[in-house]
Design a protein around this ligand. Structure first.
Ligand code: ZN
Length: 272
């Protein structure tokens, strides 16, 4: 499931790749599965997006926002995309065959297409007049947040670390993989409650989240279940139950926390 590093990796490919999506004009829109469009009809989406120019691709947490101007350049709106479980975006030439799980295609004037593939079909595309409509329900971006704000937000919390870090209204962008990796790097137990954390442990948690996400972005995400095949982030604990801890050699164990499979080293991550 794509988390912040995978979504950021998609954004960078679209923006920094050759050709770039920036400046591209949308010729027309093919919607191969209507349920992918959320909160408006496929006709309404087509009317807004066809003829539009893509000016910016912005990410917050696991959400992408494409800033579009209409054909006359007088009006702006944002196309929001959430990849959910298995969504992927590809900027490819129009000769590239539609894949079996393609749900949505923007045909661009430069003979390119932006293709949204999604085998599980939980991903969604919709329009907002301002990304704040979505972001106001979320916490700060987990990569962009600074230490002071992170510690300040932590100080109001009493919850256990795993469910807290998964909560997108606390910080946005972490999911099961990077929460487990961050807690391992911080040497903190997933069931540890915030109230029992010392000051140095709180700082360690911030540093671990930041370092893990930055490293994962640099690695273009993690290749888990072959979904992000270009990702080469080296997971230390996620999905590695039964294998030796890379730090101490103890066996990595898997627990169920907050209804999620949770991986940890019981020696490196003791409970306070
Ligand atoms: Zn260990």
């Amino acid at each position: 499931m794509p988390e912040l590093p995978e979504v950021e990796s998609v954004r960078r490919i679209l923006v920094d790749g050759t050709p770039s999506l920036l400046g591209a004009v949308v010729w027309n829109v093919d919607i191969l599965r209507a349920s992918v469009v959320d909160g408006l009809s496929t006709e309404q989406l087509r009317r807004q997006v066809e003829g539009a120019t893509v000016h910016e691709v912005f990410r917050h947490g696991k959400y992408l926002f494409f800033r579009l101007s209409n054909a006359r350049g007088t009006n702006f709106c944002w196309m929001a995309v959430h990849l959910r479980m298995t969504g992927r975006l590809f900027l490819v030439s129009e000769e590239s065959a539609i894949a079996p799980h393609t749900r949505f295609v923007l045909h661009l004037e430069n003979r390119q297409v932006l293709r949204f593939d999604d085998p599980r079909a939980f991903g969604r595309v919709w329009l907002v007049s301002d990304p704040a409509e979505v972001i106001s329900r979320l916490g700060p971006d987990a990569l962009a947040i600074g230490k002071d704000m992170f510690l300040q937000r932590l100080s109001g919390q009493r919850r256990q670390l795993k469910p807290l870090l998964l909560d997108q209204s606390f910080v946005a962008g972490l999911g099961n993989i990077y929460v487990d990796e961050s807690l391992f790097r911080a040497r903190l137990h997933p069931l540890q409650s915030v109230t029992g954390l010392r000051g140095d442990e709180r700082e360690r948690l911030f540093a671990a989240v930041h370092e893990v996400l930055q490293q994962a972005v640099d690695c273009k995400g993690a290749n888990i279940d072959g979904v992000f095949e270009a990702g080469n982030f080296p997971v230390a604990v996620y999905g590695r139950n039964g294998t030796p801890c890379p730090v101490c050699g103890s066996s990595i164990v898997k627990l169920r926390v907050a209804q999620r499979g949770t991986h940890l080293c019981p020696s490196c991550q003791p409970m306070n």
